[in-house]
Design a protein around this ligand. Structure first.
Ligand code: MGD
Ligand code: MGD
Ligand code: SF4
Ligand code: MO
Length: 907
């Protein structure tokens, strides 16, 4: 029975900032969410995604019961947990007996909790006896792992968030913090406002919102970071801006690096990177002269075939200047997912073992095997994400367990990934939302508890461990991941090693943590002093936190000793290598991919909250206006984007933030929201030789206009998830189809589609039935000869559904009428007059994007305010935009700085 409202302190399930949230609930349902003022990551702040968590998770999109398919080609049907897990255990046991332990694999996620991870790790290594356990962190942090380990000796980001606030010079390389780590960006904005003398440099081929804070933005050519970083070191050496004493006392390998960077002269580097000599010199000077220097980086460095080299080249700068182990100094990778760190700590990449150990190290294997009480751990190297899916495709992996990740959207070269999943004899998918692209391939689909419904721990970017608390029970029969994994493991061990004591007798997630933490004792990350209870007592803590400690460790390497054999940090001298796909005539553009402000990855969760589409309503490819002109394209035109691996049809937009010769497409779009296999049908599986992280940021593409004269526009209010599921398959036959949500209080499904000729009448009739525009209060005009048709459903004087077919010029005007809740006389007149153009200026009525999602302020309203002469404070006061989460403030600043708008204001 629901009781009175309660508050449970937990964490946000999105990014690696790791904000504390207060979940308001009644014991059954989550009602609201607020930032936790006492959490040291965010002190009460939340970004646009965190602040809307309670609006996500539509039950129609959630998995509620296990579903099993008894043969390829058959439909899945509902089953119970016992049958589901017994079946899985039988298939896995048979496969292992027949084809050996390396014929099965586990592909897991940085969004699992530490306890979930540990359970999977023990399952793969101790019970199955395979190292085929990899996670989506392979696509995310594995280059940073290599960078830290080979340069500093251990996979440990040495800084704290406070160092960011204290630093004199911040280098933000390949990170769009304003979108991807917004609360940390708010902290940085505030620090810079307090100390304007703090310098910020951004290195990014694109002019992102993060650049709003930059004193210097280097828009380097894609993938040229190593050349740039060596070029900076060249200047530091030349000017004498290095710390010789630190180099001598605490590092090794400098001579080789010095020799290498001699060739990276400013002229050469400026040319390779496509930047000016002045900016290169200015960048080196800011770094070389700074009392304290800190660098932040993310996917622009990691997702590269030179990811490890980029990471080490950046760390080289810190070692050469002695800028590490001091306040406001150090190399500080931003972790993407909320618990990518926990995955690394528990050893959940194929080459790792728990406690920052290596699977290839016999002593490490023996230590862990001894602790677990098994004879030995597997020796064969495990497959990494790209290799693993290739092995699935080749048929060597015959049973695949996927948890908390959506590879049929997020891996590169999607044609091959879909082939692999279709070919795999047995695919298990452990998912919270049954809507994802990967779920379609599941032979066994297991419903997982998700945010607010499960308990455990996570580690954020600054090594801070938080207790994740459960507020409400999971819906239906969904279960926490650790419970699913250990239940399966017990059934598998009954088949593989009967009559032996169970390795998986865990009563709760705290028991998993207690067993796991001892594997970290005495290691660099020692967290053996932590427990769920201690975190409740003392709050979130930074490791190392050895047994007996009462406080965590904010900063590492203050004594200049590094966890390498010699105790010295190591310089690495890797030469610059260009990205894998060179620009060539057939593929003259470089495709860059990354995040939107308000969406999370494949959008299984954020895509259930209609308002989160307000800022970016649909998939569009961004090109510089010059590139559009060169191809005789106009904004809004549909184009075919081709790479060497696949193609995709979607509209283009003009974007001055993208340099000529490049293109930008958000990574979020998969086959569900956009017909085709999504952004990653274009990207390449080439990876870094050490980290095996794929080059998701640089694919060669070409863009050409497509003529698809028959267009469809539809909007329908209510039951959005059910309608989505029913309508989406009907659009498979269209060349272009985009399905997203729109609205705030009245969420609606928004569809745009196009094809060369009109579809069959029967298909359109089926679509109309699902849109609810066939019977009842529907105004309709159909012109079968021209195959133009318009239908609007009006109830209680308000539009409920719209369908325009053939020709869609009135769509923006109609969508505006819908969102304003009117159905005026103009509308009726227009509908009944066969070929009338829409009243008013349809282009001017174009419903602009929502800039401020918290207060629902449109870009148009902000621009109008600027034209009236309002500054940031004036806009905040009058329109209230930017006064809640602050995620839109960088964009408002950019509009304020835009020449056309300020000119209007001055006129
Ligand atoms: N809103 C939102 N936030 C998120 C996520 C999300 O899905 N949505 N996901 C989370 C996760 S898992 C991750 S990993 C992080 C990612 O966080 P970020 O890495 O900050 O985000 P991205 O947009 O992927 O890429 C960052 C920038 O790299 C730039 N870049 C591309 N190529 C190069 C290059 O060669 N050199 C340099 N220097 N820069 C380059 C891109 O232009 C882009 O602006 O975000 C986390 N936060
Ligand atoms: N082109 C391109 N591709 C990219 C990137 C890029 O920048 N460009 N970035 C890459 C990076 S850095 C990352 S991290 C990946 C992310 O790629 P994915 O891991 O595929 O991303 P998500 O959509 O977050 O997948 C997480 C899944 O877990 C489900 N889920 C949520 N909570 C739970 C839970 O508690 N338990 C279980 N079992 N399931 C749950 C969600 O519904 C969701 O489907 O994408 C990578 N792909
Ligand atoms: S910055 Fe936003 S997405 Fe990241 S943890 Fe905080 S509230 Fe969540
Ligand atoms: Mo990530």
């Amino acid at each position: 029975m629901a009781s009175t409202n309660q508050i449970t302190a937990s964490t946000c399930c999105y990014c690696g900032v790791g904000c504390g949230v207060l979940i308001e609930h009644d014991g059954e349902k989550i009602l609201g969410v607020a930032g936790d003022p006492s959490h040291p990551a965010n002190y009460g702040k939340l970004c646009s995604k965190g602040a809307t968590l309670h609006l996500t998770g539509d039950l129609d999109a959630r998995g509620l019961y296990p579903e099993l398919r008894l043969g390829k080609g058959l439909a899945r049907s509902r089953t119970d947990w016992d049958s589901a897990l017994d079946h899985a255990a039988s298939v896995f046991a048979e496969t292992i007996r027949e084809h050996g332990p390396d014929s099965v694999a586990f592909y897991i996620s940085g969004q699992l909790l530490t306890e979930d991870y540990y359970a999977f790790n023990k399952l793969a290594r101790a019970l199955v006896g395979t190292n085929n356990l990899d996670s989506n962190s392979r696509l995310c942090m594995s280059s940073a792992v290599v960078g830290y380990k080979r340069s500093l000796g251990a996979d440990a980001p040495p800084c704290s968030y406070e160092d960011i606030e204290q630093s004199d010079c911040l280098l933000i390389a390949g990170s769009n913090m304003a979108y991807a780590h917004p609360v940390l960006f708010r902290r940085l904005e505030e620090a810079k406002a307090r100390r304007p003398e703090m310098k910020v440099i951004v290195i990014d081929p694109r002019r992102t919102d993060t650049c709003e804070l930059a004193d210097l933005h280097l828009a380097i050519l894609p993938g040229t970071d190593v050349a740039l970083l060596h070029g900076i070191l060249h200047i530091l050496l030349w000017e004498g801006w290095i710390d010789r004493a630190f180099i001598d006392a605490h590092t090794e390998g400098f001579a080789a690096l010095k020799k290498l960077v001699r060739d990276y002269t400013p002229g050469t580097v400026a040319e390779i990177c496509g930047i000016s000599l002045e900016n290169l010199q200015a960048c080196a000077e800011l770094i070389g002269q700074a009392p304290s220097f800190l660098s932040l980086w993310c996917m622009g460095l990691n997702q590269s075939s030179a990811g490890s080299a980029k990471n080490s080249a950046l760390i080289n700068l810190h070692l050469a200047t002695g800028q590490i182990g001091r306040p406001g100094a150090g190399p500080f990778s931003l972790t993407g997912q909320p618990n990518a760190m926990g995955g690394r700590e528990t050893g959940s990449l194929s080459n790792l073992l728990p406690g920052h150990r290596d699977a290839a190290n016999p002593e490490h294997r023996a230590e862990v095997a001894g602790y677990w009480g098994v004879d030995a751990l597997p020796q064969n190297p495990g497959l990494t994400a790209i290799e693993l899916f290739e092995a699935v495709r080749a048929g060597t992996i015959k049973a695949l367990w996927i948890a908390c990740t959506n590879p049929a959207q997020s891996l590169p070269d999607q044609n091959r990934v879909h082939e692999a999943l279709a070919a795999c004899p047995f695919v298990v998918v452990q998912e919270a939302f049954f809507t994802t692209e990967t779920c379609q391939y599941a032979d066994l689909l297991l419903p997982a508890a998700s945010w607010g419904e499960k308990e455990g721990s996570v580690t954020n970017s600054e090594r801070r461990v938080s207790h994740v608390r459960r507020a409400v029970p999971a819906p239906g029969q969904a279960r926490p991941d650790w419970a699913i994994t250990t239940d399966f493991a017990r059934r598998l061990e009954a088949r593989l090693r009967p009559a032996q004591p169970s390795l998986f007798a865990f009563a709760d997630s705290a028991a998993l943590f207690e067993e796991y933490k001892q594997l970290t004792a005495g290691r660099d990350l020692d967290l053996s002093g932590l427990s769920h209870a201690l975190l409740d007592d003392l709050g979130p803590q930074q490791w190392p936190f050895p047994a007996g400690a009462r406080q965590g460790t904010p900063r590492l390497y203050g004594d200049g000793r590094f966890p390498t054999d010699s105790g010295r940090a190591r310089f690495h001298a890797d030469p610059y290598r260009a990205p894998k796909e060179k620009r060539e005539a057939r593929f003259p553009l470089t495709l860059n991919t990354g995040r939107l402000r308000d969406q999370w990855h494949g959008m299984s969760r954020t895509g259930t909250a209609a308002r989160l589409f307000g800022h970016a309503p649909e998939a569009v490819l961004s090109l510089h206006p010059d590139e559009l002109r060169r191809r005789r394209l106009q904004a809004g035109d549909l184009v075919k984007v081709r790479s060497r691996r696949g193609s995709l049809i979607l509209p283009v937009q003009a974007d001055e933030a993208v340099r000529s010769g490049q293109a930008y497409l958000p990574m979020h779009w998969g086959n569900r929201f956009l017909r085709g296999l999504g952004t990653n049908v274009l990207t390449l599986p080439a990876f870094d030789p050490l980290s095996k992280q794929p080059e998701l940021k640089h694919a060669g593409i070409e863009v050409e206009k497509v003529e698809l004269p028959w267009q469809l526009f539809a909007l329908v209010e209510g039951d959005v998830q059910q309608r989505f599921a029913a309508l989406r398959p009907l659009f498979d036959g269209f060349a272009y189809a985009s399905l997203t949500l729109t609205g705030r209080e009245r969420p609606a499904l928004l569809i745009r589609a196009a094809s060369a000729v009109a579809p069959e009448g029967e298909l359109l009739a089926r679509i109309d039935a699902l849109l609810d525009v066939v019977e009842g209060p529907v105004l309709a005009y159909d012109d079968p000869r021209r195959t133009v048709g318009k239908r609007v459903r009006i109830e209680d004087g308000r539009i409920k559904a719209i369908r325009l077919a053939g020709e869609t010029a009135a769509r923006d005007w109609l969508k505006n009428l819908w969102s304003e809740g009117q159905a005026d006389a103009d509308l009726r007149r227009w509908l009944l007059a066969p070929l009338a153009t829409p009243p008013g200026n349809a282009a001017a009525a174009k419903a602009g994007k929502t800039l401020c999602n918290c207060l629902d302020v449109s870009e148009a309203a902000v621009c109008a305010g600027i034209a009236r002469g309002l500054d940031l404070d004036g806009l905040k006061l009058e329109l209230k935009c930017g006064t809640s989460c602050g995620s839109c403030v960088p964009e408002i600043k950019r509009l304020l700085a835009a020449p056309s708008l300020s000119a209007a204001a001055n006129a």
